[in-house]
Each structure stands twice: as C-alpha cells, then as structure tokens.
Design a protein around this ligand. Sequence first.
Ligand code: GRG
Length: 296
Amino acid sequence: MDIKQHLNDQRLLVETALNTFLPKEEGLLADHFAALRYSLVAGGKRIRPVLCMMTAEALGARMEACMAIPCALECIHTYSLIHDDLPAMDNDDLRRGKPTNHKVFGEAQAILAGDGLLTMAFALLSDDALPDRLSSADRLRIIHLIARAAGSHGMVGGQALDVASEGKTVPFETLAAIHASKTGALITASVQAGAILGGATTAQYEDLTAYGQHLGLAFQITDDLLNVEGSPAELGKAAGSDAARRKATYPGFFGVETTRRKAGEAIKAAVDRLAPFGTTATPLRELARYLLKRSK
Ligand code: GRG
C-alpha cells in the first residue's frame, strides 16, 4: 500500500472534522477562537488521531461517525505544543513552520488557547449526543484512559520530569520514564481509544496497547535523532535545541548509530504485536515502518 497517500487521506479527514468542531471566529470570543484555530490548523502530521482511526479500522469499525475522538486527541496534543513553546518552558519561536502561538497572540492568550483546547477535548469526548454508537461504559473508559495519559500520570508528568531534569546528569531510567510518559502515553492512548471504538477483545486490546507503547518509544527516539540531525526547514521548528538545553536524549546516552538501531528494534517489536491481525492492520504496520524513516 502507498502509506504516504493513505496518511495524507486520513490527515485530510481529521482536518475536515477539526474544522467542523472548532468554534467560529465570531462574537466576543472571536480572538480567543482565532488563537485556538491558529495552532490547530497549523499543519502537523496528525499521528495521534490517525493512529486512533487506523486501529479502529483494523478491527472493522468505520470512522465517519466517530471523528470527535480522534479530534479530541489532536486538541490535547496541540495544547501541549502551545504550552511547551511558552517562554516558561522551551521558549520557542517556531512550530509547525509558523511563529509559535505566544509570538502571535501574546503569552496570556497562548496559555488560554492551550487551556481551551484541553478542555474542548473533554467536551468532545464526553458528548453523548455524538452518532458514534459508543456505550456509556466504553465512552467513560475512553475518557478515563485519555485523561490519565494526558495528565500527571502521563504527558504532564513526563513534561514535569523533563523540565526538572534539564541541565542535570540523570540515569537512563529517568530518560526512559520521560519518554514513556511525555510522548508514549498519548500515543498509546490513541491506539487504545481506537481499540475500544473498534470493539477489541481483551487479547486484541493487550496486543494493540503493546504496539502503541513500542511505537511511542520509537517515535520519541526518532524525535531525539531528528533534533540532532534534522533540518529546521523540514522540521518546521528549531533543531539542536536538546543539546543546547543539555537535555537527556537517546543519542546522548547511546550515540547516533546505536540509537538508530534501537529505534528499528522498537518498530520491529511494535509490528510483531500485530501478528494476530490480518490485512486490516496493514496501515498500522506500514505507519510504524514509515515513522522510522520520517524527516519531520
Ligand atoms: C506542556 C503539558 C505539556 C506537555 C508538553 C508534547 C510535549 C509535551 C512537548 C513537545 C516537545 C517534544 C519534542 C515532545 C516530544 C513529543 C513530540 C515528538 C512532539 C511533537 O509531536 P509531533 O511530531 O508534532 O507529532 P506535529 O507537529 O507533527 O503534530
């Protein structure tokens, strides 16, 4: 299959749906809604929503009526990028090839845009008027797992550990915990949400969870490599920032060559967990292989 084309098609579906869920830029809150829209439609690979969709589709689900859940994942991810770029955190000027949210709207409005996107995600997830035919129990399971993955036990906790570790010499266990929680948790949750949408059995859910965990690790290792070797023009953000901030990274621990091998091993481990699935899981397999070769 042409995974690049398939990813592009899926990305367009996500972007169309995001547009329908975003509040219109009118009325008293027009400027606030413009700040949400600015970052949400600024591009990006849409990996988390696409993973959710591909997982559900691997189990035979059709996603047309279920787009609120993938869109909620993208809202949470975009909020995290807006806050990560703030002066109090990474103080970055460029994201997805455009000036960062706080550069355009100011720091206070950027914080609020992030807050708005995070809470909008949970409004989308909990809207039981949606035509996705989820049972209330499954909807609650999805809300709970995404809340845990986004919060202190997941992405927020990983970011806290990352910020606290900057400029320090930390053991590999700390780096592993940062990667698993800051990046891995939301990626895994995207797969798990798709598994629930698709009606996974317990065994299928376990395999898909492991796929998500290995993929999340490979994704972050590749991000570490791109920060060393990538081009700012292609990345749409600064490169070399990890070394400048003395962040713990895989290349810092293992060097570039071993890191590349470890990324390949994580992708293989991810794909191996898809062995019980048939051809409907081909997009998940191809996506994993594609992420290893990504340049942005
Ligand atoms: C501020 C709570 C809070 C969390 C921030 C996501 C994050 C946590 C920080 C961004 C910095 C970073 C390099 C994180 C690692 C995860 C990662 C690779 C994020 C970028 O995700 P992509 O590559 O971005 O999916 P696009 O722009 O394609 O959506």
